[in-house]
Design a protein around this ligand. Structure first.
Ligand code: FES
Ligand code: FE2
Length: 357
């Protein structure tokens, strides 16, 4: 059971410092092609394109000469030509043509970022340490034909990414924010469990013998009441895994094992900081039933987006409220997971900053 918070903690401390050595989702893979796409990630401007062989290329969006954004230039074959004086840079950031002089300046180098496609998402490693593919999220059942996964979507939120992380460690908010979709009796006050592990933190609870919420009722393979799991997990730095399980009453609980009649929905949420005040929020939904039913897929995608819009509406106002009021926000017991996650992430960021460069 969660303990009440006794120590006041600041909600805004270090919101502008990001973990660098991590994979962040930069875009939906299918949105990046043979054009120069400017993006801002962790307060850095980058330009993204695909080389002729389809590989994603991510470079700092600044020409080393006069810092014109390279995205204002043009893509010529597999290199970018700067739109001001024509310096050309290949996918490794090396200057390969300097048309206004004979010698290519050795300092004409653009910073590059490792990037790859996985799960229909384009991932970028922003830090100086060697990109570590073993740190990429593993989506269980991604290849399993009995499961369906949506192709993904995103929206921009005018709030710090940690408010979204707070929200995705807070199963209680559904009782008020998602009244017509995810709320059911018990989402207000059933005690929460918190569990830490190396990857992050989980806040969860089983609600027994309750009505299924409106969003899920048509999707379940059994009628009547249910046992319901709310599993809210955030992994460092900002991947939230939100798992819902609905099973016949009496079959849920801490020792629950996946069974055919149980409905499972996993929402993967990728919170990419644009800067300290803005977040690009990507998501995918995975379910264990009706993998080829397009109508269900569409209704889930629509329902999820509607719910995320409800969160966006609240969290943008929370960001603005906390930024613009002088009195400090208080904490409730329900904040325990979110505050602990912030503390742990802060420790990881501090440790990263102490590493020799
Ligand atoms: S600013 Fe890019 S070549 Fe001059
Ligand atoms: Fe929500």
């Amino acid at each position: 059971m969660l303990l009440a918070i006794t120590i006041e903690q600041s909600h805004t401390a270090n919101q502008d410092v990001f973990l660098q050595n991590a994979w962040y989702v930069a875009a939906l893979s299918n949105s990046i092609g043979r054009e120069l796409t400017p993006l801002k990630l962790l307060d850095e401007s980058v330009v993204v394109y695909r080389s002729n062989d389809g590989q994603p290329v991510v470079l700092e969006d600044a020409c080393p000469h006069r810092k014109l954004p390279l995205s204002m230039g043009r893509l010529v074959d597999d290199h970018i030509e700067c739109g001001y004086h024509g310096l050309c840079f290949d996918a490794s950031g090396k200057c390969i043509i300097a048309p206004t002089q004979e010698r290519i300046p050795p300092t004409a180098i653009v910073k590059t970022y490792p990037a790859l496609d996985k799960y229909g998402l384009l991932w970028v490693w922003m830090g100086e340490a060697k990109a570590d593919e073993s740190k990429l999220l593993d989506i269980e059942n991604f290849e399993n034909p009995a499961w369906h996964i949506t192709s993904g979507d995103y929206m921009d939120c005018q709030c710090n990414y940690l408010y979204l992380a707070d929200n995705l460690l807070d199963p209680s908010h559904v009782a008020w924010v998602h009244k017509t979709s995810f709320a059911s009796l018990g989402t207000e006050d059933t005690p929460l469990e918190m569990q830490e592990n190396e990857q992050g933190l989980i806040v969860s609870r089983w609600i027994y013998n309750c009505e299924a919420p409106p969003f899920y009722q048509p999707l379940l393979k059994f009628s009547g009441k249910c046992d319901r799991l709310q599993h809210y997990e955030v992994r460092f730095p900002s991947i939230a895994i939100n798992k819902s399980v609905y099973c016949p009453p009496g079959s849920g609980g801490p020792h629950w094992k996946p069974r055919e009649e149980c409905y499972e929905m996993i929402s993967y949420n990728f919170l990419t900081p644009i800067d300290k005040n803005n977040t690009r929020y990507f998501w995918l939904q995975q379910r264990n039933t009706d993998p080829s039913d397009e109508k269900i897929t569409l209704s889930i995608s629509k329902g999820a987006k509607q719910a995320f819009m409800e969160d966006k509406n609240i969290l943008e106002a929370v960001h603005s409220g906390i930024t613009n009021t002088t009195s400090r926000p208080i904490n409730l017991a329900l904040d325990t997971g979110a505050l602990r996650f912030r503390t742990l992430l802060q420790q990881i960021i501090e440790a990263e900053n102490l590493e020799p460069k």
